[in-house]
Design a protein around this ligand. Structure first.
Ligand code: ACO
Length: 328
């Protein structure tokens, strides 16, 4: 084993399903308006996966693009982590399905379930394996088909979510890379957003289906308050050890839940709103995939340049949270 000091992102890819569901389309499904959704959340449309398209399909497409971007072949990868709360099935892990779909070797492959913080947790885990010298390159994929666990008759949740996937290849870099990691969780607040049934607590029965317990249940206003505090605190905890101030961060790539949460969190830490990368108006909240796809698009749009210090910042069901500073 050789110690590798610096680990960074060396390739990125995304996959978004073709079907676009606009706020106007939702007006025909539930009692809502485009105006309500835009002013309360910032979301204008979201992508919806095909019925025959599962999370592993989207994850594999994003992974192939990330590998191409890194100029690597599937056999160059030593580890696959998939962050998702909408796996194809409980087991085998979606990561194992992705391993097969992309033609990787018989390398370790596993899922992590930390909701919207999943991409950051995945990067943090992969970074440990690489910097300790156990593995050289890892694929971290965040992929979600939230439309499959959305109650399309519940206007308080169905307007928020979308489907998609983002992937990153991690490997050794000569300079910069991941500079700091801050992760956390608070199980006491687990009831604020959850999928009640389908697990060992409430296995699937006719009653659980009738009670719509296989769909996301959320206390939106309570979550909102926690989210603002958590995102602000996580940003400070990740930047403080590096002696970074708000003005030293070139761009923040946050979990794309709600523009009002992000603006409130930015105000709390004295960060100007133009430093927050937003794409939620196009995709809504894709849970773990949100920050992954946002990172991919920020790079595609030239918002991140070599040497920039960027901050990934997310919170999600669990509750869980995480922030990472990367020098690009
Ligand atoms: N269209 C029209 N009216 C609606 C809709 C809708 N789609 N949804 C709710 N309303 C109504 C409510 O019924 C309520 O009406 P009432 O006052 O007559 O009872 C009114 O709008 C206000 O409802 P609130 O829930 O108080 O609205 P709020 O301003 O809090 O916005 C929202 C709701 C957007 C959900 C907000 O609370 C939020 O974004 N919370 C955080 C959610 C979040 O981040 N979730 C994901 C985190 S974890 C993860 O991503 C997996």
């Amino acid at each position: 084993m050789c110690e590798t000091a610096k680990v960074g992102i060396i390739g990125l890819g995304k996959y978004l399903p073709k079907k676009i569901l606009t706020n106007k389309d939702l007006e025909k499904i539930v009692d809502t308006t485009d105006e309500w959704i835009v002013t309360r959340t910032g979301i204008r449309q979201r992508r919806i996966a095909r019925e025959d398209e599962a999370t592993s399909d989207m994850a594999a497409e994003a992974a192939k693009k990330a590998l191409a971007d890194a100029k690597l072949k599937p056999e160059d990868i030593d580890l696959i982590i998939v962050a998702t709360i909408t796996p194809d099935m409980f087991f085998p892990a979606t990561a194992c399905l992705v391993q097969e779909k992309i033609g990787a070797r018989q390398i370790p492959a596993f899922d992590i379930s930390v909701a919207c913080s999943g991409f950051i947790y995945g990067l943090a885990i992969a970074k440990q394996f690489i910097s300790s010298g156990v593995y050289k390159r890892a694929l971290v994929i965040a992929a979600e088909k939230l439309s499959s666990i959305t109650d399309w008759s519940d206007r308080s949740t169905c307007v928020l979510f979308g489907d998609g996937a983002g992937a990153a290849v991690l490997g050794p870099v000569e300079r910069g890379g991941i500079l700091s990691i801050y992760l956390g969780a608070d199980g006491k607040q687990g009831d604020l957003i959850k999928l009640p049934a389908g697990g060992s607590r409430i296995p699937a029965t006719a009653k659980s289906i009738e009670g719509k317990l296989h769909f996301i249940k959320m206390n939106g206003s309570e979550l909102f308050k926690h989210a603002v505090r958590i995102m602000a605190d996580a940003a400070l905890e990740a930047t403080r050890p590096l002696g970074l101030k708000a003005e030293d961060v070139h761009l923040v790539i946050p979990h794309q839940a709600n523009v009002r949460i992000l603006n409130a969190a930015a105000k709390r830490i004295g960060l100007s709103e133009d430093k927050i990368y937003l794409n939620l108006e196009k995709y809504g909240n894709m849970s773990a995939a949100s920050s992954a796809v946002a990172l991919v698009e920020a790079v595609e749009e030239g918002r991140i340049r070599k040497g920039d210090k960027i901050l990934l910042d997310a919170f999600g069901g669990g509750l869980t949270w995480g922030a990472i500073v990367i020098e690009w």
